[in-house]
Design a protein around this ligand. Structure first.
Ligand code: 2E4
Ligand code: SF4
Length: 335
């Protein structure tokens, strides 16, 4: 007798998963390995995903947290997509390392904003999460203590400016769009002369993935975000799912983490993935549902993304010279 599976609607968010900055960062590590051979050293997880890190380790990448863990070498040292304080490239030069910077260009843009505000004499407020590597990197563009961190609306009320008429704000790229809007409103309310970007520094990928969850989550009994527990943008997606009214909103690294018993009786699931989560892990989750349910898959497209970032010129030229990259307007890696 064939067992009949219960029906299940899966709503798959689009866009989800890898963004242009993550694509570029992984490409930099892979291309560096192909061009210069193993090992290449990577400071911090290139992106916050164990699966990505393990697959690059298998190809010869060596991950460290700080440069003092790297032996004297001519091999490349790569900085992660989250960005680094100015002291890191300075230190790399002192140690005679050949380094490649995989900082997302949209994080570098925030670094530049910070430096420009400082040049203009503004006191700078960064809206972000304490201890996150991007926040450490952005604050580290200027001398210690120059950039002030604000995490909540309450922090705005408690903030004591040097001069309330000479303030500027910037943000982390992966924040909650809604929470950040509240913090910015509180800043503008308390300091009407404050200056900052038009809207915020939250990137297009973060914004689009949150928007998709807002639209899709209310249709589903459960929201599943594929992503790592240390991934800021993934954690925000889980929160957005919860706030959108999903009975359960879960952040999972992969299918083996699904607790089938606690899902209860469900007829629909919404699935998305953080910007650092590879699509194979989303496919794995969908397959796990297929083994237990009669799945109807509905891809819900809420935005189109076609942004691509170039890899650093130095690497691109070396890769072309080594014959591992084809020359052209859009260089393509040769397998
Ligand atoms: C750099 C900037 O910042 P988050 O913890 O979300 O990083 P993750 O590695 O999960 O995602 C990629 C990324 C990298 C996002 N923004
Ligand atoms: Fe860049 Fe945004 Fe991707 Fe972060 S989430 S790497 S800022 S594009």
């Amino acid at each position: 007798m064939t067992e009949t599976k219960p029906p299940l609607d899966i709503y798959l968010c689009a866009p989800r998963g890898f963004c242009a900055g993550v694509d570029r960062a992984i490409q930099i590590v892979e291309l560096a390995l192909a061009t210069y051979g193993a090992p290449v050293y990577v400071r911090h997880e290139i992106v916050h995903n164990k699966f990505v890190v393990e697959s690059l380790k298998a190809k010869g990448a060596v991950f460290v947290e700080e440069l003092d863990e790297v032996p004297a070498t001519k091999q490349p040292v790569i900085f992660s997509a989250h960005g680094v304080p100015k002291s890191v490239p300075e230190n790399a030069r002192e140690l005679n390392f050949f380094y490649l910077d995989a900082t997302c260009p949209l994080v570098s843009k925030v670094h530049k904003e910070a430096m420009l505000h400082d040049k203009r004499g503004h006191e700078i407020i960064l809206i972000g999460h304490e201890g996150h590597p991007e926040v450490i990197g952005t604050m580290g563009q200027l001398e210690e203590g120059v950039v002030k961190l604000i995490e909540t609306v309450e922090d705005v009320a408690a903030f004591e400016p040097r001069d309330p008429n000479n303030l500027a704000w910037i943000t982390q790229t992966t924040l909650s769009v809604d929470d950040t809007a509240d913090i910015i409103a509180a800043l503008k309310d308390r300091f009407p002369a404050i200056t900052g970007p038009n809207k915020n520094d939250i990137c297009y990928a973060t914004t689009n993935r949150q928007e998709a969850v807002k639209i899709v989550a209310p249709k589903a009994d459960v929201m599943i975000v594929v992503g790592a527990p240390n991934s800021s943008n993934s954690k925000r997606l889980r929160e957005v799912g919860e706030r959108a009214g999903c009975r359960q909103s879960l952040l999972l690294q992969r299918a083996s983490e699904i607790d089938w018993d606690s899902l209860g009786a469900i007829s629909s699931v919404a699935i998305t993935a953080g910007a650092s989560a590879p699509e194979v892990l989303v496919e794995e989750v969908i397959e796990a549902f297929r083994t237990r349910y009669d799945v109807t898959l509905d891809v819900v497209v809420t935005a189109k993304e076609d942004i691509i970032f170039n890899i650093p010129r130095e690497l691109r030229e070396a890769a072309i010279a080594a014959g591992v990259l084809e020359e052209g307007p859009k260089a393509v890696a040769v397998n």
